[in-house]
Write a protein that binds this ligand. Structure first.
Ligand SMILES: Nc1ncnc2c1ncn2[C@@H]1O[C@H](COP(=O)(O)OP(=O)(O)OP(=O)(O)O)[C@@H](O)[C@H]1O
Ligand SMILES: [Mg+2]
Ligand SMILES: [Zn+2]
Length: 450
C-alpha cells in the first residue's frame, strides 16, 4: 500500500494532504499493488521473450533503423527519427492539438512504412474519421479503433501487428476491472507499463497521449515519465496559432530540443526556420527591446526581450515577467541597482519575451538587463545588435555555452554586432564582437546611460 501524487508522481508510504514534492493539495491517491496472483498471471505472457542473461559481446547489436514521421523537425526532436519499439509519451493541455499532430504522424508512417493502429478512447471512430477528412488523410494502412479496454487494445495490436501504435489517450485506458477509477494513477500506470512491454516485445513504436490537467482527478503525464523512452510535450504559446513541441526526456537523443508548428484548419505545419519567428515583425529601434540568441537544445533561436519600466503610480512597485524566470529577474534588478546606481525600486517593471515564448537560460541575463536599461533611459538598442551573457552577483559578465554556434546563427540572420562575455571564440565570425567584462562595460558598448 502506498500513496502517489497524481500531479507529479511523488510516492510515499504516508498520506499527506499536501504533496511534499509539488505542493498540490489533495492529490495523493492510494494505490494498491496488483495482487500477487493476477500479477503472476499477467507477468507470464508479458515477459521479455524469456531472455537469458548473456555477456555484452554476445548481445546482437540492433541496427537502429529510424523511420521518418513525415515531419523533419519531429524526427530531429526524436533524435533522428522514430525507433521501432520506442515508447513515447505525448503530453499536452486539452485542446492544444495532440490528436491532430498524432493523426498526421500516424498517416505519414502508414503511407511510407507500414500499418499503424490509432486507438481512440475519447472520440468515436467516425469522429476521428472526420478529422482525417479535414486533414486530407486517407491511408489504407491506418487503422482506427475506438476502444478503452487494454486487453482489447493488446489483442488488436497482436492481430494487426502495426509498426506504430497511438493511444489517445492513456487516461481513458482501462487496464483492469478492479484497478481503481479510469484515469486514476493505478489504471494509467498499469496501462503505460503494459503497452511499454508490448512495444518492446513486438518492436511496435507507441505514442501515449496524456493530458495535462491542472487539478481534476486525472493522473498527469509526470506519473508515467519514468516508464517511457521519450517524453515530449506540445505547448501553446500566447501567439495563438503557434505550437511548440519540446522533448524533456529522450533515451535515444538529446533533450530540450524544440520543434515549432503553426496550427491551421489543415492541421499542423512545421515552421522550418524558427530562429526569427519570435522576433516582433516590426523590429526597429525601439526602447526596451533587446535581442538574444538563446539555445533550445542544440538549436539557436533569436528571441526579443521586451521591457517596460515606468514610475509606480500607487501601491507597491509591480514586477511582471511572463515567460521569464521571476526570481532571476529580481536578482538582475538588484544587481543593476547596486552596480550601475540606477533607481528602479520605485518603478513598475514589466518584462516578457516577444511571441509568448518561455525561456530559461543564463545567456538571457544580459538581454534582460539591457532591455530594462533601454526602457529606463528611453534609449533604443541598435536593431543590428544582439547581446548575450550571464550576469554574476557582482555585476560581472560570465561566459556562456556554445557562444560560437550562437554567433554563427546571428551572423546568418544578418546582424552586425554582438555584445558578449570576455570569452574565446574559435573560428571566424563576420560580426563585430564587443567583449564586456561587467554590466557597466556592456552599457557603454550599447550607449545606454543616464
Ligand atoms: N473544423 C476545424 N477547423 C479548424 N480547426 C479546428 C477544427 N476542429 C478543431 N480545430 C482545432 O483543433 C484544435 C483541437 O485539436 P485536437 O483535437 O488535435 O487537440 P487535442 O490536444 O487532441 O485536444 P483534446 O484534449 O480535446 O484531445 C482546436 O483547438 C481547434 O482550434
Ligand atoms: Mg485529442
Ligand atoms: Zn505532487
Amino acid at each position: 500500500m502506498a500513496y502517489v501524487c497524481r500531479e507529479c508522481g511523488y510516492r510515499s508510504l504516508k498520506w499527506f494532504g499536501r504533496c511534499p514534492s509539488c505542493g498540490s493539495w489533495g492529490t495523493l491517491e492510494e494505490v494498491t499493488e496488483a495482487e500477487p496472483r493476477s500479477a503472476r498471471k499477467r507477468a507470464e505472457p508479458m515477459s521479455w521473450l524469456g531472455e537469458e542473461p548473456r555477456p555484452l559481446p554476445q548481445v546482437p547489436s540492433s541496427p537502429l533503423k529510424r523511420l521518418s514521421t513525415g515531419f523533419p523537425e519531429v524526427d530531429r526532436l526524436l533524435g533522428g527519427g522514430l525507433i521501432p519499439g520506442a515508447v513515447i509519451l505525448f503530453g499536452g493541455e486539452p485542446g492544444v492539438g495532440k490528436s491532430t499532430l498524432l493523426l498526421q504522424i500516424a498517416a505519414a508512417l502508414a503511407r511510407h512504412h507500414g500499418s499503424v493502429l490509432y486507438v481512440s478512447g475519447e472520440e468515436s471512430a467516425p469522429q476521428v474519421k472526420l478529422r482525417a477528412e479535414r486533414l486530407g488523410i486517407e491511408e489504407g494502412r491506418l487503422y482506427l479503433f475506438a476502444e478503452q479496454s487494454l486487453p482489447r487494445i493488446v489483442a488488436a495490436v497482436e492481430e494487426i501487428s502495426p509498426l506504430a501504435l497511438v493511444v489517445d489517450s492513456l487516461q481513458t485506458v482501462l487496464a483492469r476491472a478492479n484497478g481503481g477509477e479510469v484515469g486514476g494513477i493505478q489504471q494509467v500506470r498499469e496501462a503505460a507499463a503494459e503497452i511499454a512491454r508490448l512495444s518492446k516485445l513486438r518492436g511496435t513504436a507507441s505514442f501515449l497521449v496524456s493530458h495535462i490537467t491542472k487539478g481534476g482527478g486525472f493522473a498527469g503525464p509526470k506519473t508515467v515519465e519514468h516508464i517511457v523512452d521519450v517524453a515530449i510535450y506540445l505547448e501553446g504559446v500566447r501567439e495563438a496559432d503557434l505550437r511548440i513541441l519540446r522533448s524533456v526526456k529522450n533515451r535515444f537523443g538529446s533533450t530540450n530540443e524544440v520543434a515549432v508548428f503553426k496550427m491551421s484548419d489543415c492541421g499542423m505545419e512545421e515552421v522550418a526556420n524558427p530562429s526569427l519567428f519570435f522576433l516582433s515583425r516590426d523590429r526597429g529601434a525601439k526602447p526596451g527591446s533587446a535581442i538574444v540568441p538563446v539555445l533550445e537544445g542544440t538549436r539557436t533561436m533569436l528571441v526579443e526581450v521586451q521591457a517596460l519600466v515606468s514610475p509606480t503610480k500607487y501601491g507597491p512597485p509591480q514586477r511582471r515577467t511572463p515567460g521569464l524566470d521571476y526570481n532571476r529577474v529580481l536578482v538582475l534588478l538588484a544587481v543593476l541597482e547596486r552596480y550601475l546606481g540606477v533607481h528602479i525600486g520605485m518603478s513598475d517593471v514589466y518584462l516578457t519575451v516577444a511571441g509568448g515564448f518561455e525561456v530559461r537560460e543564463p545567456a538571457l541575463d544580459l538581454g534582460i538587463a539591457a532591455a530594462v536599461l533601454s526602457s529606463l533611459y528611453n534609449q533604443p538598442i541598435s536593431p543590428d545588435t544582439v547581446v548575450l551573457g550571464e550576469i554574476g552577483l557582482s555585476g560581472e559578465i560570465r561566459p556562456v555555452r556554445k557562444a560560437q554556434e550562437r554567433l554563427k546563427e546571428v551572423e546568418k540572420l544578418g546582424f552586425r554586432r554582438a555584445i558578449l562575455p570576455d570569452q574565446d571564440i574559435k573560428g571566424k565570425v563576420c560580426l563585430e564582437l564587443v567583449r564586456a567584462k561587467t554590466v557597466s562595460e556592456a552599457c557603454e558598448a550599447l550607449n545606454l546611460g543616464g
